[in-house]
Design a binder for this molecule. Structure first.
Ligand code: ZN
Length: 331
């Protein structure tokens, strides 16, 4: 524990953000402003309405309803990228289910192009993941995988499945992920939040997941931990997403289990609008609640860089900057 330096400003640690949903990336002040402009009533913030997925979804849906134009979408991405950059982020991946914006944009293409335009104009490099939902049909996932594949190389870097992963058959989504992977896209489904380690295992073995959104239940099964480590599958761990749903307390998130086993951990914020903590704050939680040292935090930051879809020059630069950060602290 002697390596702990609690006063060190973790905004200075170079890092990535790999798990951020467009709607949940909105600044609270922007939500209030846009809700007023469009006459949308937004349910009270978490934690007042915490504890159930339904309460979360209600607020999320209301927040989504304030994004009406490409300018609104571009503003949210620019502000999110600016906030993450201030927290030391050098590469941001934002995920969106364009289906959610179909009613306002008129087509999936128009919705995705609004996101891509916002990403291209952001103050730091931004990649886009197209995400279908575990709660929508496998056929719809194929539709979105085809859409994502068409924009591979034009800003789309990955394909995912978000939302509550319970109740759906992993195997049914194999065709969508095959399409995405054949287009060179990174496969990054949510898993292991509500579902057991076997669900994480299926996402790796059947969907070819290179990363798992959350995936913390894998820690309960050493064979799945070993699978993740041997294949270099990274877990996008978002510390503040777990306590409101009773998934973990901040002090029981199994980050050390994964790091000790060689599983890459990429710390992200998920939905800072709803959970209230930014990217550097998530790293502070790992230090303050889990006792991670500077070396551990640097390993997490590097894990995020290596698990990202960032171009080689961005990855090389960020890894060097993390090493410099660590060297500076140990002088
Ligand atoms: Zn998520």
């Amino acid at each position: 524990m002697s390596q702990l330096s609690p006063s060190r400003d973790l905004r200075e640690l170079p890092k990535t953000q790999l798990h951020l949903h467009l709607t949940g990336a909105m600044r609270p002040a922007t939500l209030i402003e846009l809700a007023g402009r469009y006459g949308v009533t937004v349910p009270p913030p978490l934690p007042g309405a915490a504890g159930t997925w339904a309460a979360f979804q209600d607020r999320y849906d209301a927040s989504r309803a304030v994004l009406r134009t490409a300018a609104d979408v571009g503003r949210v991405i620019a502000e999110a990228a600016s906030d993450d950059a201030a927290d030391g982020c050098g590469w941001l991946e934002i995920q969106v289910d364009p289906t959610s914006y179909l009613p306002v944009f008129g087509s999936l293409e128009a919705a995705l192009e609004a996101v891509l335009a916002g990403a291209a104009a952001a103050p730091i490099p931004v990649g886009v993941l197209v995400a279908s939902s575990w709660q929508r049909s496998p056929a719809h996932a194929v539709t979105l995988a085809r859409l994502a594949a068409r924009y591979a190389g034009a800003g789309v870097v990955g394909f995912g499945l978000s939302n509550d992963e319970r109740g759906a058959s992993v195997a049914d989504f194999t065709p969508a992920f095959k399409l995405a992977r054949e287009a060179g896209l990174l496969a990054a489904p949510h898993s292991g939040f509500y579902t057991p380690a076997t669900h994480v295992q299926e996402c790796v073995e059947l969907l070819g997941a290179a990363r798992i959104g959350h995936g913390t239940s894998a820690a309960t099964d050493p064979a799945v931990v070993e699978l993740l480590a041997s294949r270099g599958v990274a877990l996008e761990i978002c510390p503040t997403s777990y306590p409101p749903f009773g998934v973990h307390e901040l002090s029981t998130i199994p980050v050390k289990t994964f790091l000790a086993a060689g599983v890459p951990v990429a710390v992200s914020t998920d939905d800072p609008l709803l959970f209230g903590v930014g990217l550097a704050g998530q790293y502070e939680i790992l230090r303050d609640f889990l006792g991670l040292t500077d070396e551990d935090l640097a390993a997490v930051a590097v894990g995020g860089v290596q698990a990202s879809a960032a171009p080689a020059e961005v990855r090389t630069r960020l890894v060097a900057e993390v090493a410099a950060w660590l060297a500076t602290g140990s002088q």
